[in-house]
Design a protein around this ligand. Sequence first.
Ligand code: SF4
Length: 309
Amino acid sequence: MRHAGRLWEDCHAGHRGASAGGAKPLTRRHNAGKAARGCGERPAGQLIGGLAMGGLAWHHRGMSDNPDPAAPGAAAPRPRAVRAAAPRRLRLPAALPYAAQAAIFSRLRAANPHPVTELEYRDAFTLLVAVALSAQATDAGVNKATRGLFAAAPTPQAMVALGVEGVTEHIRTIGLFRQKARNAVALSQRLIDEYGGQVPSSRAALMTLPGVGRKTANVVLNCIWGLPAQAVDTHIFRVGNRTQLAPGRDESEVERAIEDNVPAEFQGSAHHWLILHGRHICQARRPRCTICPIADLCPYEPKTTDPLP
Ligand code: SF4
């Protein structure tokens, strides 16, 4: 609503009338700024946030005790409110066509027909704990820590008995070890309390466990139950975008792009092939394009051309 040259009372009478007449009612937000500004209504169409506050100032800048806008002392005509442009989302390239997807995964499969995770584990429980511990840590570092941990606590019951302090002693070489130790004990307790000491086999149930997010749940679903679940980590995110096998602005988009574009016969191991490719060949700082088995199919530019370090 516009108020230039209107009395404070007029302003509120207008609001009351709008409210009574079934138009835009007054809201708590409307009233929140009254003390500071004399009236709290946010002008229709103004954005919430910084622009909205600017809109409020604009809204009342012209309020005075003089109802005639042409009279001396009346407010100058207000400029039109400028709506801030919404940030434009990056436009993604199209995913590689089906034939190129199939060709790339055929080569990755030929190089490693039966890829497996590099994390060491004994069963679903130890895999779940190992993956939960692996955030911001290398698989090698996690393996070093879990060898002793799983020897001491191979079951949820043993993990709870070991306690947070005991777990901490085994994993203090990996990042965020205090929080991870608390999570390992808490998720073990939850498995005992709610799942009979077994690791549940649905994503939703897994994601209720402390320290278990979608990525961890997808690794467990893929490695233990063979579901074509795509656990997108930093390596898969990078490879998916560089190769355009699975372009995406964030992990969830890349996950969906893999599910949508990768031929079904490769879905079960796609996660392993992509993560191993990213870890050992398509490395973050310097992709090793000269030894890459899919270089001729990869649209990423510029490729590295110098010999291997
Ligand atoms: S050619 Fe280079 S950029 Fe493309 S996938 Fe291979 S290593 Fe990565």
